[in-house]
Ligand binder design. Structure first.
Ligand SMILES: [Zn+2]
Length: 127
């Protein structure tokens, strides 16, 4: 298995097939079951699966084998939206959210003239 930097944004592409094969030999089945929606995928449908951070990258989750699972594309997108919403709920709309936002904003040295969102996208794509 290819080594992966735990701070990398994405998992190595070939971990999909490695994880798929590992899971099949572990379960003795001829298909992989998406852990969320329980849809089954055989080896011809491997492109429908994507590597997912069990504990989200955006919440300090590591890009490591221990934090890796395969989800179907539909669940992957749903999970992202769900977690974004959950985090927003946790932060609330009161002073705590303001405090966290201010702390992050003040701690990151953002070049003048770009927003935090732009900065984060920029960091991810240029890494
Ligand atoms: Zn699914």
């Amino acid at each position: 298995m290819k080594f992966c930097d735990p701070t990398a944004r994405v998992f190595p592409r070939d971990w999909v097939s490695t994880y798929f094969r590992h899971n099949l030999s572990k379960t003795g089945k001829d298909h992989y079951e998406c852990p969320i929606c329980k849809t089954c995928f055989d080896h011809t449908q491997i492109d429908c699966l994507c590597g997912d951070h069990i504990w989200p990258y955006s919440l300090m989750g590591e890009t490591s084998w221990d934090n890796y699972q395969l989800l179907c594309r539909t669940c992957n997108v749903r999970k992202k939206n769900f977690i974004n919403n959950e985090v927003r709920k946790v932060l609330g709309d009161g002073s705590f959210r303001g405090m966290v936002f201010k702390y992050i904003k003040d701690s990151i040295n953002i070049p003048y003239g770009i927003s935090l969102d732009e900065y984060i996208c920029f960091k991810h794509t240029t890494r």
